[in-house]
Design a protein around this ligand. Structure first.
Ligand code: SIN
Ligand code: FE2
Length: 217
């Protein structure tokens, strides 16, 4: 066997790459379970379809969203909130698949946050051109728990700034299987995603799927 340093195979999982105090990238951390994750995404979004939410300001988001777990993040003209029910169906969100919660627990631990038990998973789908402007995740009751964010499909440029909106964000290219974790002193860091570039992913085609795990209450 050769070491494969020069081929295009995904890099084997490497040690966490610190990007700020309490924030790290775990390159390739989700690759081992990617197919299980994607099948679970398909099952969840069959029951709770991806949809483009409207912001309180009346703007329709370019990213399509759904949720699983006890709580789901939603936005409408009245504001942002966590809701135990899918407003489209009036039914509880689909339960969080075991492969989701296990991966989130392991990734958080790898980044130094033990016993992470997410009760909410936001599923974001980006098509080319879709973006997420800089924001803080601050609608959660539990700011002591980290955020765990899993990238699947097309690559994206992740913007990771500081605690002030005016802090210039650093740019990180996130690939299929990469996981980002931020908590502790970085829990309220501004972050976002640059407009997705056109491309074709072998498994997901023209899309990027992001799973964002939170402890909302
Ligand atoms: C988010 O901030 O909810 C999503 C981040 C991402 O898509 O990488
Ligand atoms: Fe976020």
């Amino acid at each position: 066997m050769t070491l494969g340093l020069f081929d295009d195979a995904p890099a084997p999982y490497a040690a966490p790459e610190a990007i700020a105090p309490g924030a790290a990238l775990l390159r390739g951390f989700a690759l081992e379970v990617d197919e299980a994750l994607l099948q679970a995404v398909e099952a969840v979004t069959a029951a709770a379809p991806l949809r483009h939410l409207v912001t309180p300001g009346g703007y329709t988001m370019s990213v399509a969203m759904s949720n699983c777990g006890e709580l789901g993040w939603v936005s409408d003209r009245s504001g942002y909130r966590y809701d135990p029910r899918d407003p489209l169906s009036g039914k509880p969100w689909p339960p969080m698949p075991t492969c989701f919660s296990e991966l989130a627990l392991k990734a958080a631990a790898q980044a130094g946050f033990g016993n992470f038990r997410p009760d909410a998973c936001l599923i974001n789908r980006y098509e080319p051109g879709a973006r997420l402007s800089l924001h803080q995740d601050k609608d959660e009751g539990q700011l002591d728990a980290p955020i765990v964010s899993v990238s699947l499909g097309l690559p994206a440029v992740f913007l990771f700034g500081g605690l002030k909106r005016s802090d210039k964000p650093a740019r990180y290219r996130l690939l299929h299987g990469d996981v980002a974790v931020w908590g502790g002193p970085s829990r309220l860091a501004y972050h976002g995603v640059a407009p997705l570039t056109e491309g074709e992913h072998a498994r997901l085609g023209r899309q990027r799927i992001n799973l964002t795990f939170r402890r909302a209450r």
